[in-house]
Design a protein around this ligand. Structure first.
Ligand SMILES: Cc1ncc(COP(=O)(O)O)c(C=O)c1O
Length: 289
């Protein structure tokens, strides 16, 4: 559930009362970028990495960064404090702003709209931890700059809805016979004790949780490689993990109805998931930036 106080253009106000213009380019064109930052024990997690990605997304759509990293950190902390948030996730959005009219080519003098709010993270259902989640595959129908975290998510939401309609958790995307990512997750494939995930580039979002997996895998002596993954290797995996900010790491136990490995969360998932939990605990009380 979203928590009650949001931040709109520097003002803190009830989320239920926040208003933006229908002429805002985010509304008209999806002309905006965003970030989702996990919060564990009232501390933003990997904030620097999220803000660096936000800066790259802004540069990708030819916008200047409207706030410095310390200013973003203050905004995040205000949202956490004013909402007494503990485990949660922050949503930060920057739009190109509104003009009086609708022009594809934007004028240069627009004032960006800044919006942030925070949602409490509900505890993960024990059933998911015990049984894992189902995923189905679909062709990747998105645009060519998936590394930009744009709010123009029409393809992503249509793809996610396919799995929701099928009673599955995620739609895993394939392009030219290879894995790209999930509709809102990074995908890791584990085979014979080696973790693989597709290399970053324009074709996928560089996931922040992906980098946490890489760091933690090193501590577990689990080799982790960035490599192109053929559809056949995805289907032949011992384990498949989804990594994403709002839930950390989740095991996929069926793919298109077929069991992944034993059809239960695998031994490596249990180790990486434990390491992830310990890591978030160890960071409690340390500076966010
Ligand atoms: C398309 C897509 N890929 C990957 C991810 C995972 O990124 P992160 O771990 O930074 O949340 C997301 C998260 O929203 C996403 O939307």
């Amino acid at each position: 559930m979203p928590l009650p106080i949001c931040c709109l253009n520097g003002a803190y106000l009830p989320l239920s009362e926040a208003r933006v213009s229908p002429l805002d380019r985010a509304f008209l064109f999806g002309d905006a970028v965003y970030e989702v930052v996990p919060v564990y024990a009232a501390r933003p997690f990997r904030l620097r990495e999220h803000l660096e990605r936000l800066d790259r997304s802004l540069a990708g759509i030819r916008m200047a960064a409207p706030l410095s990293h310390p200013d973003w950190a203050r905004l995040c902390q205000e949202l956490i404090t004013r909402n007494s948030a503990h485990d949660a996730y922050l949503y930060l959005q920057v739009t190109r702003g509104a003009e009086f009219g609708r022009n594809h080519a934007w004028p240069e003098n627009l004032t960006p709209t800044l919006f942030g709010y925070i949602t409490a993270l509900e505890p993960l259902s024990p059933l998911i931890v015990e049984k894992g989640v189902a995923a189905i595959t679909a062709p990747d129908t998105r645009w060519a700059r998936r590394d930009i975290k744009s709010t123009a998510l029409l393809a992503n939401i249509l793809l996610k809805k396919i799995s929701a309609d099928a009673g599955a958790f995620e739609t895993i995307l394939l392009e030219n016979g290879e894995l790209t990512e999930g509709s809102s997750t990074t995908v890791h494939v584990i085979k014979e004790g080696i973790v693989q995930t597709p290399p970053n580039g324009h074709h996928i979002l560089p996931g922040t949780t992906r980098d946490v997996v890489t760091d933690l895998a090193a501590g577990l002596n689990l080799p982790c490689r960035s490599a192109r993954i053929a559809e056949a290797n995805l289907r032949d995996a011992d384990e498949i993990w989804l990594a994403f900010s709002t839930r950390g790491i989740l095991p996929v136990t069926t793919l298109d109805g077929a069991a992944v490995g034993t059809g239960k969360p695998g031994p490596w998932f249990k180790r990486i998931s434990g390491a992830f939990h310990d890591y978030t605990k160890a960071l409690a009380g340390t500076p966010a930036l």
